[in-house]
Design a protein around this ligand. Structure first.
Ligand code: ZN
Length: 365
C-alpha cells in the first residue's frame, strides 16, 4: 500500500511539456502586414511539439490548441494542470502601438515569467495579451471583475504570484539565451509581468515573445519556414538546457543515497503521520458536533498540485470551493485556541493566514 508513495519520489515519469500557442480562432492576436500572431504562434508551436516528441529523451509535448480555434485564458493553464505537465510554455509574438515611431523598427525576443515588477513596458505587454479575455462574453464574472485595461486591476492581481518562481526564471533564462544564440534574435532579456495565462499554472511557466510582428523584417522571419524552424529549435534547446540544469541541481542537493533501511524508515514515518492525522480528525469530529477550526492561508483560481510551490511545502492541506475560487486550509482543530496555536506556525509561511470555523466541511461565520 505504501509503495506508491516511495515510487512517486523517483523521477521515472515522462517529462510533459505543455505548449500553449497564444490566441486562435476569433482572436488573431497582434497583426502584421502579411500574417498574424495566432498563425505564427501555432506554426512555431507545432514545430516545437514535433521536435520534442521525436528527439527529447523521456519527454512528450502536448498543446493547449492544435488548430485555429479560440481557447480562453483560464482554460489554457487548466489543460496543463489536468495533464500534470512539468512545464508550461506559452508562445506569442510582440507588437507595439501603430502610432509609436518605433512601430516598424522595434525588434528582439523576451521571455516572461509571472511577476511583480511593474515597469510600464512590461505592464503594457501584459495588458495587450490579457485583453483577449474581453472576447469572452462573461469575462467579468469568470475573471472576478478583473479589467485587463485598468492599471488598478493589476494591484489586486499581484497577490496571485509565487508560482514556481525560481524554476520559472531558470526556464525563462535558458530559453531566452537560445532565442539569441540559436534563432539570432536581439536580446531583450528575461522579464516579469502579470500575464493572466500564467496565473493558474501549477508548474514552472513562461511566456515567450518571439519577436515583433509589427516590424516587417521580423514578421518576414517569423512567417518563414526557416525562421519558424529556428525559433522552435531555440525553445527546444532552452528546455533541454533547463532539464539538464535542474537534474544536476537535484542530484547535487541529495548527496545521501537512501539505503533500503532509509526507505523503510520513510514508509514507517508516512504510515505514522497518516495514522496520527486520522485519529486527530476522528477525535475532533466526535467531540465537537461537526465544528472544526481550520487555518485558511491561500486562495487560487484553480486546484493546485500537492507539490505546488505556492503551498510552500505546507502539508497536509485541504481546500474548499467558494464561488469560483479555491480556498486552501491547513489543519483541523477542535477548539479555536488550538487553531490559534497552529496559526503561529502557518503565519511564518503565510503572513495573512487566519482561522476559520467549519461545520461538516463548510465554512460557517
Ligand atoms: Zn499574444
Amino acid at each position: 500500500m505504501l509503495f506508491p508513495v516511495v515510487a512517486g519520489l523517483a523521477s521515472d515519469k515522462e517529462f510533459v511539456v505543455m505548449i500553449d500557442p497564444g490566441h486562435g480562432g476569433k482572436d488573431a492576436g497582434a497583426l502584421g502586414r502579411r500574417t498574424n500572431e495566432k498563425t505564427v504562434n501555432l506554426a512555431v508551436a507545432k514545430k516545437l511539439q514535433k521536435l520534442i516528441n521525436s528527439k527529447m529523451k523521456d519527454a512528450k509535448a502536448e498543446m493547449t490548441r492544435n488548430g485555429d480555434y479560440f481557447v480562453t485564458l483560464k482554460e489554457r493553464p487548466n489543460i496543463a494542470n489536468r495533464k500534470n505537465a512539468d512545464i508550461f510554455v506559452s508562445i506569442h509574438a510582440n507588437s507595439i502601438d501603430r502610432k509609436s515611431p518605433m512601430h516598424s523598427t522595434i525588434n528582439g525576443a523576451s521571455v516572461y515569467t509571472l511577476g511583480l515588477k511593474k515597469s510600464d513596458t512590461n505592464l503594457s505587454v501584459a495588458m495587450r495579451e490579457n485583453a483577449v479575455m474581453k472576447l469572452e462574453s462573461d469575462y467579468s464574472t469568470s475573471y472576478e471583475g478583473f479589467d485587463p485595461s485598468s492599471a488598478e486591476s493589476y494591484i489586486a492581481f499581484e497577490m496571485m504570484q509565487h508560482s514556481n518562481m525560481d524554476q520559472s526564471i531558470d526556464l525563462a533564462e535558458a530559453v531566452q539565451n537560445e532565442l539569441v544564440r540559436t534563432a539570432g534574435r536581439k536580446n531583450n532579456g528575461v522579464r516579469q509581468a502579470p500575464f493572466w495565462v500564467l496565473v493558474g499554472t501549477s508548474m514552472p511557466a513562461i511566456l515567450v515573445e518571439l519577436d515583433y510582428i509589427c516590424n516587417p523584417r521580423m514578421e518576414k522571419f517569423m512567417a518563414s519556414e526557416a525562421g519558424q524552424e529556428k525559433l522552435a529549435r531555440a525553445i527546444y534547446n532552452g528546455i533541454e538546457r533547463f532539464r539538464k540544469n535542474s537534474s544536476s541541481r537535484s542530484s547535487s542537493s541529495s548527496k545521501v543515497i537512501p539505503t533500503t533501511e532509509d526507505v523503510r524508515e520513510t514508509e514507517v514515518e508516512v504510515a505514522e503521520k497518516a495514522a496520527k492525522s486520522e485519529s486527530a480528525t476522528s477525535k475532533s469530529k466526535a467531540n465537537t458536533g461537526g465544528v472544526v477550526y481550520k487555518i485558511q492561508f491561500l486562495t487560487s483560481p484553480t486546484v493546485l498540485k500537492k507539490k505546488d510551490s505556492r503551498l510552500k511545502g505546507l502539508s497536509p492541506v485541504d481546500y474548499y470551493k467558494d464561488g469560483k475560487t479555491y480556498k486552501y486550509t491547513y489543519g483541523e482543530y477542535p477548539s479555536i485556541s488550538e487553531a490559534n496555536a497552529g496559526l503561529k506556525k502557518v503565519k511564518k509561511l503565510f503572513g495573512d493566514a487566519f482561522v476559520i470555523k467549519t461545520r461538516d466541511g463548510k465554512r460557517v461565520k
